[in-house]
Design a protein around this ligand. Sequence first.
Ligand SMILES: C[S@@+](CC[C@H](N)C(=O)[O-])C[C@H]1O[C@@H](n2cnc3c(N)ncnc32)[C@H](O)[C@@H]1O
Length: 290
Amino acid sequence: MPAQQGAGADTDPGGANGASARPLAGPDAGRLEATQVRAMFDGIAGVYDALNTAMTAGLHHRWRARAAELADLGPGDRALDVATGTGDLALELATHVAPGGEVIGSDFAERMLDRARVKAAARAGAGVCPRFEWGDALALPYADRAFDAATVGFGARNFDDLGRGLAEMVRVVRPGGRVVVLEITTPVRPPLSWFYELWFDRLVPLLGRVTQGASRALGPLRRGGHAAPSSAAATIGDAYTYLPNSVKRFPSPATLAAELERAGLEQIRYLLLAGGIVAIHAGTVPRERT
Ligand SMILES: C[S@@+](CC[C@H](N)C(=O)[O-])C[C@H]1O[C@@H](n2cnc3c(N)ncnc32)[C@H](O)[C@@H]1O
């Protein structure tokens, strides 16, 4: 049994999918197809880091640091950060594997990866520098047992098939290595649950709409010298409407722990941070894997 620790249809984002696109509101809200997810994150890459900091008062860095600790890495180890986005968790992992280790951050949204590469270049020469590569989390382009640990931060919620994404992470980690999942979760106890409802259901979508308005007023977003597609500003408001819905439909911490077990992990435990707004799950790949 997993052990708990501590206290701690409106639019098609990206406009990419026509009739088959899943809606942002209604019963299927918070669930998007992979092509929609990719277009959405490509569209918001330029504001993703700033909005994360605004939404969490900067705490997201601390949560990733804790997740990286739970990956249980040491100098010379090899780590994979799946759905790495703009690369912050991969950069955290890099501090644990130096000297001599290797970190790969993989994602299927090229514009998010572009941001990650800019950050990594700024740190080149200081310890281990992560490499950022295109990869689909549901079909990772890496050999079995290639890594000492695999992590995913705020990405599992977006997987089209959670079980398959977790199984892929387990596959690429060596026996005895860790798989770590950092994700937003829904607190159940008042008063935090009331505050969370207000913050997530009302203020986060509002923040997205305000940022969208600002982006439109300021003209095309620019990333690394390239103009963003004209749909970019439109996707910001959509993305931050999708976010609370995707959190609501994601499994509870106990159910996610059971999913990790089903994916083949053992010694599963999870921490709840920030009063239960964030969960970090960690499990170990069995030594006697067939
Ligand atoms: C909310 S962002 C999280 C980024 C980063 N891990 C962090 O800690 O901020 C979710 C990321 O998951 C990526 N993603 C979602 N589904 C994916 C998949 N099937 N394969 C690869 N990346 C995926 C998106 O492109 C996006 O960059």
